[in-house]
Design a protein around this ligand. Structure first.
Ligand SMILES: CC(C)(COP(=O)(O)OP(=O)(O)OC[C@H]1O[C@@H](n2cnc3c(N)ncnc32)[C@H](O)[C@@H]1OP(=O)(O)O)[C@@H](O)C(=O)NCCC(=O)NCCS
Length: 336
């Protein structure tokens, strides 16, 4: 039997507290004008103190499962993409599984940062195509706000990131035609020689002594470090490259694609990718102005918002591309 994976339910959850650029002006020696001009971000959302990454994921998952029209007991695998886990171990997927009360099923955490959702989609697709699994819950969830340097020293990074979660349910379907709703193709890439261009150094076992020390914290090694310009250049190049390859491989032109869901790190990155590839602006669904960069949650949040806005409909051809820390990058093509 030949199987394909179809996205049958989508959900998202954005914590209610909005943090505007004007709010950040009070903390970070920055300005609304600088942030909007350089990134396109107007606001992002930050969690309240008592909320964890798996809490956000739980809300998004419930919505995705409800929209899939199945019972949570029918889920047989969770794939959880995050760079901001509840705890170092076990993986946040286990905490989510406990909240969903679906013990015994397969749970897999993945660490591909901003490319995490497309990596997860590709993994889910493979588990489905083998016939092993039937209903996979793929979640991307992040709480950045608890890990940012909220002093002027951290302003280059801290203005960019927001909290949120997005989830999809991917169900196994018998393959009947090339035109049916399905994950058509994914491509996954990484180049670890750039690992330190965007990273969180500590705590970690690459340090000489204990993995977490007071000195490390005093040095601020527990805050993300980024070479923004280099990330920008590589993001444009790699997103355009992988998406072009995926489209060509499947004999699909830009005209054939109804909607592009790109990772949301900087509106100028997406504008450049569109320019390089000749994609009309109206085909790209951007959310960065509202949420900032929500890393692994970005694409499923975009999918959820696009559905709610009537921009994504059953039967549409969707192109996806993402780039992030690692460096990792990925693209995907699906018939929604
Ligand atoms: C971070 C980023 C927005 C910076 O934009 P940029 O145009 O490259 O800006 P630069 O880094 O050259 O900095 C320009 C100036 O703005 C200043 N600046 C940096 N952050 C600032 C902030 N939040 N507010 C005000 N000024 C800021 C810099 O200090 C610099 O000042 P100087 O010229 O006096 O030295 C941009 O490089 C970027 O988006 N990179 C990709 C980031 C990304 O995608 N990360 C996630 C990947 S998934």
């Amino acid at each position: 039997m030949n199987y394909v994976g179809e996205i049958v339910g989508v959900g998202s959850f954005i914590p209610p507290k909005a943090v505007t650029n004007f709010d950040l002006e009070k903390l970070l020696n920055t300005s609304d004008e600088w942030i909007q001009q350089r990134t396109g971000i107007v606001k992002r959302h930050w969690v309240e103190k008592n909320v964890s990454t798996s809490d956000l994921a739980y809300e998004a998952s419930l919505e995705a499962i409800k929209n899939a029209g199945i019972d949570k007991s029918e889920i047989d695998m969770i794939i959880f993409a995050t760079l901001s886990p509840d705890h170092d171990f076990p993986g946040t997927g286990c905490f989510l599984q406990d909240k969903l009360e679906i013990p015994g099923i397969t749970v897999l955490d993945i660490r591909q940062q901003c490319s995490g959702f497309i990596y997860g989609l590709s993994i889910a697709d493979k588990f489905i195509r083998t016939g092993d699994h039937k209903n996979i819950l793929l979640v991307g969830a992040e709480i950045h706000s608890k890990g940012l340097d909220k002093t002027p020293e951290g302003r280059d990074v801290s203005v960019l990131f927001g909290d949120g979660a997005g989830a999809v349910v991917i169900s196994r379907r018998e393959k009947t035609s090339d035109d049916q709703s399905q994950i058509i193709s994914t491509a996954l890439h990484a180049d670890g020689s750039y690992a330190k261009e965007l990273w969180l150094p500590g705590p970690g076992n690459a340090f000489e002594d204990d993995r977490c020390t007071l000195a490390m914290i005093e040095e601020g090694l527990h805050y993300p470090k980024m070479n923004g310009r280099n990330v920008f250049i590589h993001a444009v190049k790699r997103m355009a490259e992988t998406l072009t390859t995926t489209l060509k491989k499947n004999n699909v032109t830009i005209d054939d694609v109804d909607l592009f869901l790109f990772h949301q790190a900087n509106i100028r990155i997406n504008e450049k990718v569109a320019e390089v590839m000749g994609i009309p602006a109206e085909k790209i669904f951007n959310t960065i102005h509202d949420y900032g960069n929500t890393t692994a949650a970005t694409i499923p949040i975009g999918m959820s918002d696009a559905l709610k806005a009537g921009k994504l409909k059953k039967g549409m051809t969707v192109g996806m591309a993402a780039f992030g820390s690692g460096f990792t990058w990925a693209s995907g093509l699906l018939k929604y």
